[in-house]
Ligand binder design. Structure first.
Ligand SMILES: [Zn+2]
Length: 231
């Protein structure tokens, strides 16, 4: 596809494995621009590093890095409140876990929609996953359908659309897709609690390790303990 004719898309890139695959898809199909929101989460510095490295590998030149002070100030999540511990995966029951950041994705999407209006981008990619995920309410398909109504009603020409290419995939399928696309998993960071080596025991690490194992692939990032003993 000739570069000059490529349509623009904004991708929300946290630096985790799902958003990395999503960014690889966006960069394959569009002239992609990547947005990263820091919100006072425990691993924000490490995630920012991943964001920059992934953009470089995927040759995404348009980058927007912003801070959201509200989510940290509001707290109410193990990711933003140092007084709430990040639970081990085994401690998590069938309810929305304490790692849920209240209505976080709406903040992120709002930033992405504003930027898309300015750039003239008509697609916004977000790597929300419903299955094999933590059950966060802002990762459900119905939420994105409703949000798209808001975007249609609340933007200048009403043409921007949020797309969720991973939402119906199993986590292992996301790994397989990422490997096909050449997504730079080695540059990603998913751990909720550590920044030197991934802990291997928080829910995010466990979901990730299971996904790589189910896909028959080796997770290239470093873990505190051998990955095989953590799954
Ligand atoms: Zn972890």
């Amino acid at each position: 596809m000739p570069t000059s004719k490529r349509s623009r898309a904004v991708v929300l890139l946290s630096g985790g494995m799902d958003s990395c695959v999503c960014a690889a898809l966006a960069a394959r199909d569009h002239e992609a621009a990547a947005v990263h929101v820091s919100y006072g989460q425990r691993t924000e510095e490490r995630e920012r590093q991943s964001f920059l490295a992934i953009c470089q590998r995927l040759k995404i030149h348009d980058k927007l890095m912003v801070r959201n002070e509200a989510l940290r100030a509001i707290g109410g999540s193990a990711l933003t409140d140092p007084n709430i511990a990040v639970p081990e995966s085994a401690a998590i029951a069938h309810e929305i876990p304490v790692t849920y950041v209240p209505f976080r994705n709406a903040h992120f999407l709002s930033v992405a929609v504003s930027w898309a209006e300015v750039l003239g981008a008509e697609k916004i990619y977000i790597g929300a996953v419903e299955q094999d995920s933590s059950g966060y309410p802002d990762c459900r398909p119905a939420y994105y359908r409703a949000f798209n109504e808001v975007v249609k009603t609340g933007t200048k020409d009403g043409r921007i659309e949020i797309v969720t290419p991973l939402i119906g995939l199993r986590k292992a399928e996301i790994v397989t897709l990422g490997l096909e696309l050449g997504a730079p998993f080695d540059l990603t960071w998913s751990c909720y609690s550590r920044v030197d080596q991934a802990c291997g025991i928080c829910e995010s690490c466990v979901l990730r390790l299971r996904a790589f194992a189910a896909a028959g692939a080796q997770d290239p990032i470093p873990y505190l303990a051998p990955a095989s003993s953590q799954v």
